[in-house]
Write a new protein. Structure first.
Lengths: 229, 77
């Protein structure tokens, strides 16, 4: 399996993504510059976090319109595994591959801390291994998930909620919803389940020396999507 | 040349957390009449010629995100 780690001007979690995929998940991974118009030879895509194009206009707005994204959308539509973390989630929402949008945290502060995440729909390649709430790092200023009422109802009814912010015991308290996201939404899948976008950073916790390897429970979804699980 | 202003604002149904913070700050400066603040952005375009449909297309393809934002086009000169 070979995964493309897309680099944009301002990506800054690209190395974390590449090394977690290569060293910890044990798959091939290569950087791909955003101006590439072909992803031939790749089986999946990781869109890393960062502040692409300085977050000008809106987070992910410019990155979502770059040359490589046409190919990412094609691969997403063809059922290949595509994962976006943090800015990568914002970019996937900007392209329309995932619904909704991410706005400034309700507390108006950049949040860099550890939160708890629970899997909502466990019937997806990305969530089925997350049996208990896991502690996971976040680092974002615009992570408040929003969508129109109709869209939110559709997201919930179709089981697109992959992860919600929660307490260590899984309880959905207001305090646990650190950025004020609607319905505590921290991550979504597309309807087919091959695309995951989330604000937290599983690629930052893929070996014990980093404090936890629980991120592998999520990132190993690349294998499961390709295996058709 | 034509100057066109595009005013982009968050949809009224969405919380503008920055606007809320500014409103609180104005109140602390004793502008007690402030009941709300919303912050948008103005994008000024300089165009060779104005074609409304094309500017709308710019708004829909990049300048505004219809999921969260409204936009208004104003031809300045």
């Amino acid at each position: 399996m070979k995964i493309a780690v897309v680099q944009f001007p301002g990506s800054n979690c690209d190395q974390d993504a590449l090394y977690s995929l290569r060293d910890d998940l044990g798959v091939q991974a290569e950087y791909v510059w955003h101006q590439e118009s072909s992803l031939a030879g790749f089986d999946g895509v990781f869109i890393p976090g960062g502040f692409t194009y300085g977050d000008y206009l809106r987070c992910g707005a410019m990155a979502a319109r770059s040359a490589v994204m046409g190919e990412v959308i094609r691969m997403a539509n063809d059922g290949h595994p595509v994962m976006g973390a943090c800015n990568g989630f914002q970019i996937l929402c900007e392209t329309g591959v995932l619904p909704g949008a991410l706005l400034k945290n309700s507390g108006e502060r950049f949040l860099c801390e550890s939160v708890y995440l629970k899997a909502e729909n466990r019937n997806t390649a990305w969530t089925e291994q997350v049996k208990e709430p896991i502690a996971i790092p976040i680092a974002h200023n615009e992570g408040r998930f929003v969508a129109s009422d109709d869209e939110l109802a559709r997201i919930e009814n179709e089981g697109l909620v992959a992860f919600r912010y929660c307490e260590a015991n899984g309880e959905l308290t207001e305090k646990a919803n650190v950025n004020g996201s609607l319905n505590h939404i921290a991550g979504l899948v597309n309807k087919r389940g091959n695309v995951l976008g989330l604000m937290p950073h599983p690629e930052r916790m893929t070996k014990k020396i980093l404090g936890s390897d629980a991120g592998l429970l999520i990132i190993s979804g690349f294998h499961r999507v390709l295996a058709g699980v | 040349m034509v100057t066109v202003r595009v005013n982009v604002s968050l949809k009224p149904s969405l919380l503008d957390s920055a606007g809320r913070t500014v409103a609180n700050s104005l109140k602390s400066l004793e502008f007690s009449e402030v009941e709300g603040v919303r912050i948008g952005k103005t994008i000024t375009l300089e165009l060779e010629k104005y074609d409304e449909a094309r500017v709308k297309s710019m708004c829909e393809k990049l300048l505004a995100n219809p999921v969260i934002e409204d936009y208004a086009i104003e031809v300045v000169e």
